[in-house]
Design a protein around this ligand. Structure first.
Ligand SMILES: [Zn+2]
Length: 322
């Protein structure tokens, strides 16, 4: 079996409905607890490392106040200035603020960070594929379409302290197209990894729904449209699942009226997975339990057999030949 985990940043339990969004709610779904950062709201930078390790930010060490903000090239101008103008405490507070309030090319901590710091992740010791997971960057030189779209948003996504939630867009409808393309690209990459049959765990992530949520505070119908469309994209992924494959959707926080909310959600094709997850801290254990519950060695042979071939294999197994 293959477990596909799709991280949908800002998927909000209050904005999904099992009638309208059968694929965002799957066979079971639930609101889950999340963790606020030092600036008082849940942070993507901290929470995806939490989701893949099961550790609180102080344990995995990727916290808003850790200075990582200053590593970010988009913020380097601020760092140069701050190095000699600001005392350390204030510097990290501003770094934290910048990191939550900019979305350019952030979250680029490499996967080697975890091994170097003796931190176990859900990807260790298994045939796993991580696609775009924030702060778990497998190949820092590799960039996909979501990365490049995010880096070239320009005035489609700008900080504006005056705006609700701190962001504005010069053209929310054009921005919408970019965000939905990001979601399509990452879901397509998840489908490819699933269909390739070489992995037992496929964990993909997209920020498209989060970004569009930040600028639709006065365009709720546009945010609703994003939910409807992403439900359809997830439906296509769901159709690729074989009988024994499972799909888990997870978010780091919700987002309403342009601001992050303090609850996240989980949804799965296997209700047991959802029952095991009360908080972002439980996702890793739930994935481990699901993968150890079943024989999960990736088998490209059985994937290629098709249903006829599987029937033959089953008969051979029943007869004791396999
Ligand atoms: Zn956000």
């Amino acid at each position: 079996m293959v477990l596909v985990v799709l991280g949908i940043d800002a998927l909000d339990p209050d904005l999904v409905d099992s009638d309208d969004h059968p694929n965002l709610t799957l066979d079971a779904h639930s609101s889950i607890d999340t963790i606020d950062s030092s600036v008082g709201e849940p942070s993507t930078h901290e929470l995806w490392p939490t989701i893949i390790t099961g550790l609180v930010p102080t344990e995995h060490g990727l916290e808003l106040d850790d200075g990582v903000a200053w590593e970010n090239s988009a913020l380097r101008w601020g760092s140069d200035l701050a190095d000699y103008l600001l005392p350390d405490g204030l510097q990290s507070r501003i770094g934290a603020w910048l990191l939550t309030n900019t979305d350019e090319d952030a979250f680029r901590v490499p996967d080697t960070y975890y091994e170097e710091n003796d931190i176990a992740t859900v990807f260790d010791d298994r045939e796993a594929r991580a696609i775009g997971v924030p702060n778990y960057v497998v190949d820092p030189d590799l960039e996909d379409r979501e990365h490049s779209l995010r880096r070239r948003l320009g005035d489609l996504f700008e900080r504006d302290p005056e705006a609700t939630g701190g962001h504005r867009s010069s053209d929310p409808y054009e921005f919408y197209e970019h965000c939905l393309e990001m979601a399509m690209v990452r879901i397509a990459r998840a489908r490819r990894a699933l269909r390739g049959g070489r992995h037992e765990l496929v964990f993909a992530y997209t920020s498209g729904l989060d970004l569009i949520g930040h600028v639709t505070y006065d365009l709720p119908e546009l945010q609703r449209r994003a939910y409807d469309e992403i439900d359809e994209f997830v439906g296509e992924l769901r159709e690729d699942l074989r009988e024994d494959d499972e799909l888990l959707l997870v978010s780091d926080h919700g987002l309403q009226d342009g601001v992050h909310t303090h609850e996240a959600m989980a949804a799965a094709t296997d209700p047991t997975l959802v029952n095991r997850i009360d908080s972002v801290l439980d996702v890793r254990d739930a994935i481990d339990a699901e993968l150890s519950r079943t024989a999960h060695a990736p088998s490209i042979e059985s994937r290629d057999l098709g249903s006829g071939g599987q029937r033959v294999q089953q008969q051979l197994e029943d007869l004791g030949y396999m």
